[in-house]
Design a protein around this ligand. Structure first.
Ligand code: 5AD
Ligand code: SF4
Length: 449
């Protein structure tokens, strides 16, 4: 293999997208060449997801397709990301996949590849404290039109929700050094990025402590999420800042005050609720009640009146009956979220729910309940979109609208998609747009002079 050309395909969440940038940076720094085209590559990396059964099936299907390619061409296939450890035994037997890399071993990816080229296997014990704080990916930007990016601030999760595989695949929670986050954010701004989304399974529990008393002036020794947001908003005043995901159990008033104080912190909170039933929340080990969640929603709306709120909801969790389902529906009716992501429960190997609870809601009932909440959310989204009619809103232009090349596509501070006729602006510009029409998913506007 003379030229080592790699291609990364992403499955799953924003964290995987951010990790792919990180891996790209590591490989480019080690002399590898990136290709945006699978057919031109001789190293194919599949950045896998394990959160739901569907993600697992998609990956297996992709591997089936790659079987033919591997028969006719000398290529290496590596599975990286959340599913890498779980799927390992299955695919090692088939000799289909050459190497597997755990999310805490990405620095070692060049070694995994070199060994595979020699037909050997490389072992590495994942570094449980890894944050990749020192690796910059600001300069690895491939597409010059890309103006938004993700930056992980915590890795792993300590929450142990009973349905969730993340604590097993991504390990214990750890926070990156705030001063590296600030440095990288400034780099990203200097390299043309206009919006950054801070990522973590639970950003609100971000906590960093200086090990030794710092000798550097103006350096905080303890930084929590509110402090991090406050510092960042001041250090990169021209950059939009978003964050995801918030856990209702950990979100503090201090964080809300900081969001409200800074114009460049976007007014949107993704606040997964999972269920409106206290019985189910307890079985899920979510550590808040319906009442506490609703109290938090009121607090958000008091402190940040124009804040949009989105959710994750899971239907058909173990022991969920019709009454529990109706409680989720009534919670949705009470809140009327701007948008949300809805799933039906699938048991994940190794989790508490998989081991100790019965997956006893029949498939057809899960499907029906899921459809009910999706239909309701579409209604609520449409209702919330109407509130924007007549407003003039600031939109960051991210690209051309897919449906109509004469229109720009961007998002307002609430993370809602806005499309509008182009006129003379460019990608990366902030446009003042009057909202004149809506669907349940998109705001339609025109540029104001
Ligand atoms: N089954 C279905 N959905 C799940 N999620 C997490 N684990 C599972 C599972 N086992 C959903 C939750 C979470 C989102 C990222 O994925 O709603 O908030
Ligand atoms: Fe999974 Fe719960 Fe952690 Fe989210 S907070 S990653 S759902 S364990």
């Amino acid at each position: 293999m003379k030229k080592k050309i790699f291609y990364i395909e992403n499955y799953g969440c924003q964290m995987n997208i951010s990790d792919s940038d990180l891996i790209t940076s590591i490989l480019l720094n080690n002399g590898f060449i990136l290709s945006e085209n699978l057919d031109q590559a001789n190293i194919i990396l599949l950045n896998s997801c394990s959160i739901r059964e569907k993600a697992e099936l998609t990956l297996k299907k992709k591997l089936e397709q790659l079987k033919f390619l591997k028969k006719n061409k000398k290529i290496l296939i590596g599975i990286i990301g959340c599913f890498s450890t779980i799927i390992k035994n299955f695919f090692l037997q088939e000799k289909m996949v050459d190497f597997f890399v755990n999310p805490d071993s990405y620095r070692e990816i060049p070694n995994f590849i070199y060994y595979s080229i020699k037909g050997k296997q490389y072992y590495h014990t994942p570094n449980k404290n890894e944050t990749y704080s020192d690796i910059s990916f600001a300069k690895t930007k491939q597409n010059n039109n890309k103006i938004t990016t993700f930056l992980s601030i915590t890795r792993g999760c300590n929450n142990m929700c009973t349905f969730c595989i993340v604590p097993f695949t991504r390990g214990r929670e750890r926070s990156s050094d705030p001063y590296s986050i600030i440095k990288e954010s400034k780099h990203l701004y200097q390299n043309g990025y206009k919006e950054i989304t801070l990522l973590g399974q639970n950003v609100d529990s971000y906590l960093w402590k200086e090990e030794k008393e710092s000798m550097i002036q103006n350096r905080e020794n303890i930084v929590d999420f509110s402090k991090l947001l406050d510092l960042l908003a001041q250090e990169i005043p021209l950059m939009r800042i978003r964050f995801s995901t918030s856990n209702p159990h950990d979100m503090s008033s201090k964080v809300l005050e900081v969001i409200s104080k800074h114009e460049n912190i976007c007014k949107h909170i993704h606040l997964p609720v999972q269920s409106g039933s206290n019985k189910i929340l307890k079985l899920m080990n979510r550590k808040y009640t319906r009442e506490k969640y609703l109290f938090l929603i009121r607090k958000i709306r008091n402190i940040i009146p124009n804040c949009s709120i989105s959710h994750d909801i899971m239907t058909g969790f173990c022991n969920e009956n019709e009454k529990d389902h109706q409680e989720t529906i009534s919670l949705m009716n009470e809140i009327k979220y701007n948008y949300g992501y809805m799933f039906s429960y699938s048991p994940r190997p190794g989790t508490y729910a998989y081991r100790k609870l019965e997956d006893n809601v029949p498939k057809h009932i899960k499907k029906r309940r899921l459809k009910e909440i999706i239909d309701l959310q579409i209604k609520h989204s449409f209702y919330r979109m109407q509130e924007h009619l007549g407003n003039v809103e600031e939109v960051l232009i991210e690209g051309e609208s897919k449906k109509n090349k004469q229109y720009w596509y961007g998002r307002n501070t609430q993370n809602l998609i806005v499309v509008f006729p182009k006129k003379s602006l460019n990608i990366g510009d902030l446009a003042n747009v009057e909202i004149i029409d809506t669907t349940s998913a998109t705001l339609i506007g025109r540029i104001c002079k």
